[in-house]
Design a protein around this ligand. Structure first.
Ligand SMILES: [Zn+2]
Length: 387
């Protein structure tokens, strides 16, 4: 999920929000200011309710963030890199690169978030009790009690046993531990997620029918999201399993089409760029090392009168060494390293020399073949129809 706004870094992890978080914040502030706070502590001016509602909603968002930090910090403890934490409509997402090394790590990473939420609920409840005992305002007590209740709900809902909820990951980790097969454990957790979503949808509709109250549509909406996410997770599990043995060398385009630093833009466009379907090309220096990448967009910025004079060295972008792939890298890891955007590519390098290129198209194609149950291997049948 893309981040709409970056909030900064916590413990070195980039934290951001998706635009949908503003929707949920508006709904929360409105509900708190109009219903919850006046109900628990009547007699204040509307402006006071709105101000307190904003503070409570911001604390709630921090609690969501703490839940994700729980997952992320435990993941990092077990050597799993955390790319980012993003808050969105239904909570937070910790984007992890790579897999937990063993079932126990998987279990603890999954449990860490709900544990933080439940501990947070205890802290808010204790604070409410202390403020109440000290004769503090009903407004503060109401806000703290609401925070405690919401954190209990957050912890408990996330522990429901169906992927992609934390409880589904707990289930998958336990099954992995018991059966020793990670892939089948994940598939079972995804099936449990689909079933759980179905139960939520049915329960929501039943509530609407029995109580004639449209609040039952909330479980329906959540259940529907859960079914969709669990289905995606089931497909992802199959794909990961099929792609597990596939390496960059199996899917890369080779020989790589490239330019040279000393080549003029005019020559490169006439002999290479116009003849090949790519939008970005590696540029090699005289030693055959990858010196940079040049895109059609960058080439287009050179005025036609200057194309004979300007060299590729002048227009190519330096390449991040982290984006140079090795043919032995697994495709799953390589996909994580590819920059966003459909036309970008990563050069594949062996012993400093360009061996090929991998594009988003290559990864997408391998994934789609995996969904068909075909593992794309070099010289295999999947290679024959490559254009
Ligand atoms: Zn969680």
């Amino acid at each position: 999920m893309g981040q709409t706004a970056r909030l900064g870094r916590i413990a070195g992890i980039p934290v951001g929000v998706h635009w949908s978080v503003f929707v949920i914040m508006l709904l929360l502030v409105q509900g708190l200011a109009v219903v919850i706070l006046p109900g628990g502590a009547p007699g204040h001016a509307a402006a006071v309710y709105w101000a307190v509602a904003v503070v409570v909603a911001v604390v709630f968002l921090s609690a969501l963030l703490a839940h994700e930090l729980g997952h992320s910090l435990v993941a990092r403890h077990y050597g799993v890199r955390v790319r980012a934490i993003t808050l969105w409509l239904l909570g937070g997402v910790s984007q992890l690169d790579g897999e937990a090394p063993h079932a126990r790590a998987d279990l603890l990473i999954a449990l860490a978030g709900p544990v933080v939420s439940l501990v947070g609920a205890g802290v808010f409840a204790a604070a409410a009790a202390v403020v109440h005992a000290l004769g503090g305002g009903a407004l503060a007590v109401t806000g703290l009690v609401w925070l405690a209740v919401v954190n209990v709900l957050l912890g408990v809902f996330n522990l429901l046993p169906g992927a992609p909820l934390d409880g589904g990951r707990v289930l998958a980790a336990v099954l992995w531990w018991v059966r020793g097969d990670r892939a089948s454990a994940r598939r079972a957790a995804a099936r449990a997620g689909i079933a759980l979503g179905g139960v939520l949808i049915a329960a929501g509709f039943l509530q609407v029918l029995l109580t004639a109250n449209f609040r039952g549509l909330w479980p329906v909406l959540l259940g529907w999201f859960l079914v969709l996410a669990a289905r995606a997770e089931a497909v992802d599990t199959v794909v990961r399993n099929t792609l597990a043995g596939v390496r960059v060398g199996d899917v890369m385009t080779t020989p790589a089409v490239c330019g040279y630093t000393s080549q003029s833009v005019a020559d490169f466009v006439a002999t290479v760029a116009r003849r090949h379907p790519h939008r970005t090309f590696p540029v090699l220096d005289l030693d055959g090392h990858v010196a940079g990448l040049v895109s059609l967009t960058r080439l287009g910025k050179v005025p036609s009168a200057d194309r004979e004079r300007v060299r590729l060295a002048d227009v190519s972008a330096p390449v991040d060494p982290a984006r140079l792939l090795n043919p032995a890298t697994t495709l799953v890891d390589a996909a994580a390293a590819l920059p966003a955007g459909g036309h970008r590519l990563a050069p594949v390098v062996t012993e400093g020399r360009l061996a090929g290129i991998v594009t988003h198209g290559d990864v997408a194609r391998a994934t789609e073949l995996a969904e068909l149950g075909i593992a794309p291997h070099r010289d295999g049948p999947a290679e024959q129809d490559r254009p």
